[in-house]
Design a protein around this ligand. Sequence first.
Ligand code: FMN
Ligand code: SF4
Ligand code: SF4
Length: 252
Amino acid sequence: MILYFSGTGNSRYCARLLAEYLQDDCVDAFRYIRDGIAGEFSSQKPWVFVCPTYCWQIPRAFAGFLRSARLSGSRDAYFVMTCGGEVGNAPAANRALCEEMGLVCHGTFSVVMPDNYIVLFPAPTEEETQKLLAAAPAVLRSCADRILAGKDATEHTPGFADKLKSGVVNTLFYRFNMQPKKFTVSDACVSCGKCEKVCPLGNIRMENGRPVWGEHCTHCMACISGCPAEAIEYGKSTRGKARYQCPAEKES
Ligand SMILES: Cc1cc2nc3c(=O)[nH]c(=O)nc-3n(C[C@H](O)[C@H](O)[C@H](O)COP(=O)(O)O)c2cc1C
Ligand code: SF4
Ligand code: SF4
């Protein structure tokens, strides 16, 4: 069974393709994370956990979902991390997480997708996006082939920099960079409520037709990039930048 988390659609796209290649079920963790429900799942096929990379680790919200889930059946697990470039030393943390969960980790695949982190980088161009989306099915097909053959994922050997990024940099990033206080909304807002609906942490509430952000944000970019009026900004860092949502998943 595939369990996935996605902010802007890349990981959903990959999870669905994997489900097709593996002929397996695919479950979105959104509702469980949002409502704080511990999921109960059963599968005789290996578990495949699909999610974005947030500062060289899986998102903490997704790790929390996995920790609280009750998984029966297969004890084999794989991770598939979508990323804008690289996952650092995330595979080591994923192995430790599996151990905690009583699962046998068969490794972490990484799939390079368009980088959605418009807080730090410009959104990928249409051309870059199309190129990466076109390359993804072959990468995912080879992940699926290894899973079906019961083989471990191919991982690169982490160096000192990878350990630093997934370790201390990740800790500092969560503490200082994931600040929901910086979100603002402009008069372009049409009060549609979509931002409130798409937030996986339930961190947005509507007040007088405008979104107000709470304290629990995982910087998934779903609110800012999904706003149909482009009325949301994150401080000055997103001004004038295009928004990114996986084009293959925009309407889902
Ligand atoms: C908060 C945040 C941190 C990110 N950190 C990394 C990173 O460390 N390495 C990387 O390659 N990509 C990073 N990215 C890019 C995403 O992992 C990538 O675009 C992913 O495919 C988005 O998946 P989604 O559309 O399913 O949310 C980051 C994105 C966000 C929003
Ligand atoms: S998604 Fe955009 S337009 Fe809709 S309520 Fe939120 S800020 Fe306003
Ligand atoms: S507030 Fe926005 S960026 Fe933060 S978790 Fe919710 S949807 Fe994601």
